[in-house]
Design a protein around this ligand. Sequence first.
Ligand code: DC
Length: 236
Amino acid sequence: MGITIAIDGYSSCGKSTLAKALAAKLNYAYIDSGAMYRCVTLHCIQRGIIKDGIFLTEEVVKTLPAIHLSFQFNLKTKFNESFLNNKNVEKDIRSLEVAASASSISTIREVRIQMVKLQRKMGENKSVVMDGRDIGTAVFPNAELKLFMTADTDIRIQRRLNELKLRGDKISFAEVKKNLLDRDYQDTHRKESPLIRSADAIVLDNSEMDTEEQLRFALQLANERIKNIKEEKINQ
Ligand code: DC
């Protein structure tokens, strides 16, 4: 049986890149928990519940039963794509507008309860790498390996800017900076499961690391944990 790997950290510090690569190496499932909060946000934008970034919590809660989230593996990209009410929204949920409101939507207790339930269900068979803000603290507090990722703020802004430019978005460094700092503040200061480092999480500051180095680092830790657990089982 495989292990559960929880990767938490700030926005745009490469969590999903690492989580995806790690899952592929270990032949584990990769689950992007942020995509779920983004889907709820997109649904609320589409239904006019969020207007110019403003919403009423009770309207968001009321619409939750109308949201059906699912993921489908794309053989070409080798990545799980997000479906909102059976429509592929993988590209739509990555916009800056969705990102900006997802942070506020994710502060709503009822939204979190529903998402955490889904995340636990998706990870119940282990052999999973899940990334987010509260995976090691709230979703899988018993995960065998927890990583807490961080990177220098300017480096994170530049990475996000490059990503958005690749998508064709016309956006400035200053706009991305505001969005990122607002999200950092909101994610770390909210009442419900704020982003904090779990005491047993290993910090990975990737400011000066390329993706290969990060993968080596994480893979070594994962293989050690897997080996230890196997040995513990044999000795039982
Ligand atoms: O990882 P991301 O940027 O796609 O996440 C979008 C938003 O969702 C982020 O601002 C915080 C929220 N989120 C959360 O509260 N808990 C998670 N486990 C994952 C994301």
